[in-house]
Design a binder for this molecule. Structure first.
Ligand code: ADP
Length: 254
């Protein structure tokens, strides 16, 4: 394991717009995240959570300050270099699942590998394995309309895992699910974190879901207002059977 923290935001600001209409969404955020942590990002609407997640996910760059990911200064990277970093190290899960509608679970999960130019056989095998790891073996040929919300989110998680990311970024992953389904998804994320070493960063406004995290970072008005360890995370079950090759790759150089 690298001695460096996996993620460091240093005095990060983000301003949208210019002049009189400029809005400072982040006002100086310092945040250090070690590989293997499970962080819930909370805070009221408009406090900067999504902006911070976009930053952490290398989708956006700071107006000022630094973002160091595994020793690499993300703020100095080109758009293409950031895309490469995303493709190799980060997986994304969204509230609305964001699956292609008339496309099977298998094909949805294969998509990131298609973008990477992986050959057909390798895509098939990896997608099947990822779907099995989220409890969806046998559902490969179903389209999203034939799956429940909880199953759709599992497909989305499999799609995020298929590239074997070091970090999973989840933006309100249970926001569209009932309590039971939400708990199942949280148990799955918990298992990926504790059993397979995948670092999880999750935005949520639900305290019950944040209770699964090992650490809770609370945003207010564009800054980190509190940052606390959760001594007793709610996760109990061991998660999916993701192969050990999916363990965090944070120690590898970029
Ligand atoms: P949260 O996720 O906590 O609800 P956001 O990060 O979405 O907060 O937003 C923080 C602030 O930045 C809000 O005042 C929001 O209106 C503003 N904001 C977010 N994205 C943009 C954008 N693309 N352009 C202009 N303002 C934005």
């Amino acid at each position: 394991m690298s001695a460096l923290p996996l993620i460091e935001l240093r005095a990060v600001t983000k301003t949208y717009g210019q002049g009189a209409t400029a809005l400072q969404a982040l006002k100086g955020v310092d945040l250090t995240i070690e590989a293997g942590d499970f962080v819930a990002i909370m805070g009221p609407s408009g406090s900067g959570k999504s902006t911070a997640m976009n930053m952490l996910g290398c989708l956006d760059t700071p107006t000022s300050g630094e973002y160091v990911f595994n020793g690499v200064h993300v703020e100095t990277l080109s758009r293409d270099q950031r895309a490469l970093l995303r493709r190799h190290y980060l997986g994304f899960v969204f509230q609305g699942f964001n699956l292609l509608a008339r496309t099977s679970a298998q094909e949805n999960v294969e998509l990131p590998l298609l973008y990477r130019g992986e050959p057909t056989k390798k895509r098939h095998v990896a997608a099947q394995k990822a779907l099995a790891s989220v409890g969806l073996a046998g559902w490969e040929h179903h389209t999203p309309a034939e799956l429940s919300g909880g199953q759709q989110q599992r497909v989305a998680i499999a799609r995020a895992l298929v590239t074997e990311p070091a970090v999973l970024l989840a933006d309100e992953p249970t926001g569209n699910l009932d309590t039971q389904r939400s708990r199942e998804i949280m148990e799955l994320l918990w298992g990926l974190n504790v059993d397979h070493g995948i670092t999880v960063l999750m935005v949520t406004h639900e305290a019950d879901m944040a209770a699964y995290a090992k650490r809770i970072v609370h945003f207010v008005d564009g800054v980190v207002d509190s940052d606390t360890r959760n001594p007793h995370p709610a996760g109990t079950a061991h998660g999916g059977s993701v192969p050990t090759s999916m363990a965090a790759t944070a120690a590898e150089p970029l």
